[in-house]
Design a protein around this ligand. Structure first.
Ligand SMILES: O=P(O)(O)OC[C@H]1O[C@H](O[C@H]2O[C@H](CO)[C@@H](O)[C@H](O)[C@H]2O)[C@H](O)[C@@H](O)[C@@H]1O
Length: 732
């Protein structure tokens, strides 16, 4: 649902905060650089600077799944909000400087009716610096079929010219906050009280939210088995299980509660006595200080989740076990006494890899849990100390501020290039996008192009096919008579070498361009190359291998069956999955899944998996339009025909390789001393490595047609057909 909160996202990049007294501003169409809104409708000072540019306050926008807010709706339907101080997001800001203005963006844990959304959004922003996103549930599950790549430790999502960096960072706890709660007299006396209550027993602790993934009853079953197998531990071991209230109340959660209570009662019946309950369930809200006291007093802490996020319970436990002087004094310990702790952590919990001294368990295996609990009861003091020291060193140095700082550094790196881009706002509502273009990217001026073409003495021209010479939308994929005629004129100019560089197979290209005798063709992204119609097809690659196709094709078939309208195109060197005729949203999600799937199953094969215009293509490694163009130019140079004019037009991702290749030609030593005039041109104004763009295929054709006049005059001169009118036209 779109609410005004979305339009305010643009405000966030300016420094003027969110002033609701101002009337709603019109959306700027062009954003010249982050933070500076160039539209004259917006607040500007008399000197022309935007208000935003004057502010020195650093602003950090933290986008998370959920906002750090407690939200409740009372019986009358009234919503009330309060900051959730326990939320890690709140603590993250301690890693930033005090002046940093932190704004949060995320979902709410309550449903908000569309009619209330604007009002709620404005209230939350004004009172809590929070911007709620009212996402439909199907949008909530953070990669949307977008194309992404792994880049040294983080994921880069190419999004309309911007690289959105995605890094999976660990997170820590706010050690200072825990220590200050631990110091409170109420906490200290609670620690004493708990230690007194469980004196002589090994106190095990579990702290979990009540949900079906936390594996609480599996933990209890492990304890039951431990007591069954080890009678000597009866009366000696107690598990205190603190259960935080459930965040939702579905049937599953209700069943999990019933099961947990019934297992606990069974264990207590079987192994308990008048003064001993092996399991103590605390299933009501307790003060934070009491929870901290339990951490501090417990010999061992067990997290047995079958599925979880980071889970910071082990970190909190470790900090609390370090205690403080007051607790040590009450325990009769001198200040140099080492502290101890024992952790049992499910292998499915996010913090597990960072805790090298913890016992790792498979929560599904009751046997494993029971055995591990048994080992934990049998540790020597020095072993418990060593494990604790190791964990405490890590947890106290990798706290929430450490990770916030690390994140801020990543953010700076990710934004490095952003400041040199020009950003354009396009579309409205849910189609609103910001595209980032490189500073020099501009429309190709026909005059400049024609003038350079005219001056050149040897030209190399590389033309993509689909989306460049024929519209992507055209049903008839064959070139028009006009295209054929233009190409023929260009090819007949002896100053020119003209090539079609396409992903298409050689048979269709051969058939479509049979009237163009002198046209060069690079088919299947340059796997096959032919210099003219009468020349043989050449390939500098080994014959197409079949083995990988036996792996890839069945996978593509599965996706074809489940994606209505999709199909497979076999090519000589490649295999393509098409979804142009399928539902585009579903197709693009399927395409991303398919790409990942193929990359996994083909990881040992000499192929690459690439996405294109409604296609996913598997092709041999080392085959690209860029390499094809590079080889063709090198051959021209070796044959003494070094071009002083290079032109390359294309519209698709595969054409970007061509642009990259010909862009590098100006600095390439093999062309020396000729420095060619380079025209890398994208069809469509979109993020590209090309320096120029034209709007569409009809503009490509117009552009080429303009220069055919120069080439055809040249042809007429050769054939002695120059007439006075042509000379006049040319001069004009
Ligand atoms: O390099 P190009 O000349 O741009 O060719 C790239 C691909 O062209 C063909 O696919 C395209 O046209 C299909 C309709 O004929 C359409 O379904 C698809 O979405 C387009 O990408 C060709 O079938 C592919 O093999 C080429 O790689």
């Amino acid at each position: 649902m779109v609410s005004k909160s979305y339009s305010n996202l643009l405000d966030m990049t300016s420094g003027d905060g969110f002033d609701f007294r101002q009337p709603f501003k019109s959306l700027p169409r062009v954003v010249t650089s982050p933070g500076f809104i160039s539209d004259p409708d917006w607040d500007t000072r008399s000197d022309g600077d935007s208000v935003g540019s004057a502010s020195s306050t650093e602003k950090k926008i933290i986008v998370a799944n959920f906002l750090p807010l407690n939200c409740t709706r009372d019986e009358a339907g009234q919503l009330s909000f309060s900051l959730d101080d326990d939320a890690l997001l709140m603590q993250l800001k301690h890693g930033f400087s005090n002046e940093t203005d932190v704004v949060y963006v995320g979902s709410l844990k309550v449903q908000v009716d569309p009619s209330e959304q604007d009002q709620v959004a404005q209230k939350l922003l004004r009172e809590y610096r929070c911007i709620p996103t009212f996402l439909p549930s199907d949008l909530q599950h953070r990669l949307l079929g977008l194309h992404y790549e792994s880049k040294r430790g983080y994921i880069g999502i190419e999004y309309f010219g911007r690289t959105v960096s995605l890094k999976i960072l660990s997170v820590g706890v706010h050690v200072g906050r825990l220590e200050s709660v631990l110091k409170l007299p109420a906490t200290v006396s609670k620690v004493q009280e708990i230690e007194q209550r469980y004196k002589g027993k090994m106190l095990m602790l579990g702290v979990d939210d009540m949900d079906i993934f936390k594996g609480i009853s599996l933990k209890l079953l492990g304890l039951e088995l431990l007591l069954e197998r080890n009678p000597k531990l009866r009366e000696k071991v107690v598990l205190v299980q603190i259960i935080n209230p459930a965040r939702s109340m579905g049937k599953d959660v209700q069943e999990a509660i019933t099961e947990t209570v019934s297992v606990a009662e069974r264990i207590n019946r079987k192994y308990g006595s008048s003064g001993y309950k092996p399991v103590v369930l605390i299933d009501h809200c307790i003060p934070f200080s009491e929870k901290i006291a339990f951490y501090a007093a417990s010999d061992c802490c067990i997290v047995n989740a079958v599925r979880d996020g980071m889970n910071l319970v082990p970190y909190e436990y470790t900090v609390c076990r370090q205690g403080n002087n007051e607790i040590d004094r009450l325990r009769g310990l001198d200040k140099d006494t080492s502290h101890t702790s024992t952790l049992i952590v499910s292998e499915f919990v996010g913090c597990s890899p960072s805790l090298s001294g913890a016992f790792r368990v498979n929560p599904w295996s009751v046997d494993d849990v029971a055995d591990t609990l048994c080992q934990a009861t049998d540790l020597t003091e020095s072993e418990k100390q060593l494990r604790h020291e190791k964990h405490y060193r890590y947890v106290s140095t990798h706290d929430v501020a450490y990770w916030a700082h690390s994140f801020a550094q990543d953010l700076e790196r990710a934004c490095k290039d952003h400041y040199s881009r020009r950003c354009w706002a396009i579309g409205f509502g849910l189609n609103f996008r910001v595209i980032a273009l490189s500073p020099g990217f501009r429309k190709l001026s026909s005059e400049h192009f024609v003038s350079c073409y005219n001056k050149a003495s040897r030209r190399a021209i590389f033309l993509d096919y689909d989306g460049t010479l024929v519209p992507q939308s055209s049903i008839n994929k064959a070139p028009s008579a006009e295209v054929v005629s233009i190409l023929n004129t260009l090819c007949n100019d002896p100053k020119n070498n003209v090539f079609i560089v396409s992903g298409r197979g050689r048979d269709s290209l051969d058939e479509w361009f049979s009237p163009c005798e002198k046209l060069g063709i690079a088919a299947e992204h340059g796997y096959f190359v032919r210099w003219s119609k009468e020349a043989e097809w050449e390939s500098s690659y080994p014959s197409p291998q079949r083995e990988w196709k036996h792996i890839a094709e069945p996978v593509m078939q599965v996706y074809t069956e489940t994606t209505d309208g999709s199909s497979i195109e076999p090519k000589e060197s490649a295999l393509v999955w098409h979804y142009l005729d399928a539902d585009h949203d579903f197709g693009s999600c399927q395409a991303k899944e398919l790409q990942d799937h193929l990359e996994r199953v083909l990881s040992n094969e000499p192929v690459v998996v690439k996405c294109g215009h409604y296609i996913v293509e598997v092709k041999p490694q080392g085959v690209s339009k860029g390499l094809a163009v590079d080889k063709l130019i090198r051959t021209l140079v070796n044959n003494g025909k070094a071009p002083d004019f290079l032109m390359c037009i294309g519209n698709d991702r595969s054409d970007e390789d061509m642009f990259e290749s010909i862009n590098s030609m100006t600095s390439n030593t093999f062309l020396s001393p000729t420095v060619p005039e380079v025209f890398a041109c994208s069809v469509g104004q979109k993020p590209s490595k090309a320096k120029y763009y034209v709007d569409d295929t009809s503009e490509v054709i117009r552009l080429l047609k303009n220069v055919t006049r120069i080439s055809s005059q040249r042809e007429d001169v050769i054939h002695g057909r120059v007439i006075f009118r042509d000379v006049l036209d040319f001069v004009e």
